[in-house]
Design a protein around this ligand. Sequence first.
Ligand SMILES: [Zn+2]
Length: 294
Amino acid sequence: MSDDTEISRRTALKTGGAGATMLGILGYGARGVAAADAESGADEDREDSTSESEAESNREEFAFGGDLPGLLERNGLWSGALPEGYFEGVRTSQSPAVVSVCCSDSRVSQEGMFAAPLDAGFLFKPSNIGNKVTTRVDGERAVDGSFLYGLEVSGASSGVVVGHTGCGAVTAAYESVVGEAGEQPPGIEQEVAPIVDVVEEALDDGAVETDAERRAVINQLVEYNVHAQVEYLRGSDEVSEEKDLYGFVYDFQSAYGDVDGRTVLVNADGETDPDALRETVPDGYEEFVGSLLH
Ligand SMILES: [Zn+2]
C-alpha cells in the first residue's frame, strides 16, 4: 500500500464517515440509543440487582437479536460499514501491534476498548474467563499458546492483560476459596482453578480489604489477578524482554472513576504504583491510571 493510500484511509476513518459509522454500530446504534434512553431511569435498580452476580441482567432487548436473522442483520451492518480498502495490506498476512487477553464476559468489548476496528490487523485477541495468560502443558504451567502466538509469532510489541470490574470468574474463584462455591463441570473448574490460586495468594498476603462490601472485594481481586498475570509473563523465559507488558482494568461499575468503558492502567512492566504510572502516561491521561490496592 502506498503512503497516499494509507493517509487517505486514515483520514477517512478519522474524519467521521465510515469510522464514525463503525464506532456507532460498535457502541450504540440508533435502536440501542433508544433502548438506553428508555432504561436510563433504571440505573439504580440495575446496580442493585447486579451487585451479587454477573449472571443477572436487566437488559431486556438487544438492538438486534442473537438468533439467525439478528446475526445476519448485525453482520450486514458491519460489512456494509467497512470502508473501501479496510483489508488492504493485511489480506494475506498479519503483523498486529498489540496482543491483549480479556475476560470472555459479554460486557467486555475487547476490540472496542482500544478502537481496534479502526485498523484491521491491529489487535491479536485471545480471551478466556478470568483473562489468564497461562495454561497447563503436561502438568506444568506455561504461557497460554494463543497469547504467546500473538506476542512472539505474530510479533506484537505490546502484551496487554485486561481484567474487568464485576468479573464472574474472579467471583467464582473467591466463592471457592471462602467455601461458598457449588460444584462446576470439570471444564469450568479447570478454567477457574488458576484464579483460585491467585485469590488464595491475595488473601494470604492481606492484599485486599476483606471486610469491604462484596463488590469491592471482588474488584480488588480483579486488579490483583491482573498483576499476577503480568508478573507471570515478566517471569517467563518464553516472553522476550523487549516486549512492553501492560495491565488494565475495564471499568463499568465506577470502581475507579465515573467513565464507563475506560481501561484503567494498573500495571506497566511491573510498575504498579499509581503515582509512578501517572508519570509514564502522556499528558492528559493521568485519569486513566488508578488502583484499588494502593
Ligand atoms: Zn470476567
